[in-house]
Design a protein around this ligand. Structure first.
Ligand SMILES: C[S@@+](CC[C@H](N)C(=O)[O-])C[C@H]1O[C@@H](n2cnc3c(N)ncnc32)[C@H](O)[C@@H]1O
Length: 287
């Protein structure tokens, strides 16, 4: 790994949370499991994988999705990239522990030119990239994806709309996050009512040159009494703790207001009448 490049990447990166934070890595492992389960598996949209050999996962975090793909499809060769050195080291160790020789992980900034030759991958996957990509950075990244996708190969993107809820505090926290996202250029919704990325995926892929083959929506209900309640409440507790510096920096609320809101959110999320759903949209297309 090129450590100078890594530290330069960290300085210019616009991820809303510190990517080298171990609590963030643990949160992403949890989120990866819930996301894959909510989506109905690794490839619920039933892409034809018979010809798929080389797979790239962009911003793969600790690598959960890619490692599972490599276990289930040993004929494939996987590459995971992420800006976080910590996460790439963890994922490399996890691959070694699992004795997976068909996958490797590299530190790479996905908001810059991707360090792969043209036509290198049969499948390029990206889940939840909105946390670091500004609206302006989507087209250049998808142009890079197109360049490195083999003719006939597939790009598959999944984005989310989070925190649809009856909790006043959690709803307000989600609203502040979207407002901060809008101010920092990460949200597509002009009025800041939603993140809006899911609505853009198809158009962004078409603009990059892909032929869109399908879209699939899924939902994760983590209301009180559901199986996912404890895990996803924990996920958002950690997320909103780690995102506080970003929210404060964007001046969407004072630190005192954030502390108060966070405490109220925790109470409401654990109440027996708490209801919440996250929605995901996967869009896939080929070159
Ligand atoms: C929400 S997570 C993605 C989760 C993962 N794709 C999954 O499905 O479980 C966002 C990831 O983007 C990474 N990241 C942030 N900025 C990045 C950048 N400029 N280039 C590549 N990865 C980046 C973070 O380190 C983090 O692992």
């Amino acid at each position: 790994m090129d450590e100078n490049a890594t530290s330069a990447n960290q300085q210019t990166n616009s991820y809303v949370i510190d990517a080298e934070n171990a609590a963030e890595m643990a949160r992403l492992m949890l989120q990866d499991h819930m996301l894959t389960q909510a989506m109905g598996g690794l490839f619920p949209e039933q892409i034809n994988l018979t010809e798929t050999r080389r797979v790239l996962d962009i911003a793969c975090g600790p690598g959960g999705w890619l490692l599972e793909v490599m276990k289930q499809y040993p004929h494939m060769q996987g590459v995971g990239i992420d800006i976080s050195q910590l996460m790439m080291e963890y994922a490399t160790g996890a691959a070694q522990r699992e004795k997976l020789q068909n996958v490797y992980f590299r530190v790479m900034d996905a908001s810059r030119t991707l360090d792969f030759p043209d036509n290198s991958f049969d499948l390029v996957n990206g889940r939840i990239l909105a946390g670091f990509l500004s609206t302006q950075q989507w087209p250049p990244l998808l142009a890079e994806c197109y360049r490195i996708t083999k003719p006939g190969g597939i790009l598959r993107l999944t984005e989310a709309e989070w925190g649809i809820t009856n909790s006043t505090a959690y709803d307000r926290m989600t609203g502040l996050m979207i407002k901060a996202g809008l101010q920092s250029g990460h949200a597509f919704s002009p009025g800041g009512r939603t993140v809006g990325t899911t609505a853009m995926l198809r158009r962004l892929m078409l603009q990059a040159g892909y032929q869109v083959l399908g879209q699939k929506a899924s939902a994760l209900d983590y209301s009180a009494g559901t199986q996912a309640h404890k895990s996803n409440v924990h996920n958002f507790q950690v997320f909103y703790k780690l995102a506080q510096p970003f929210l404060a920096q964007m001046e969407v609320a004072t630190q005192e207001e954030l502390d108060h809101l966070y405490a109220q959110m925790e109470v409401e999320m654990l109440a027996e009448d708490f209801c919440a759903v996250d929605y995901y949209l996967t869009v896939w297309g080929h070159k």
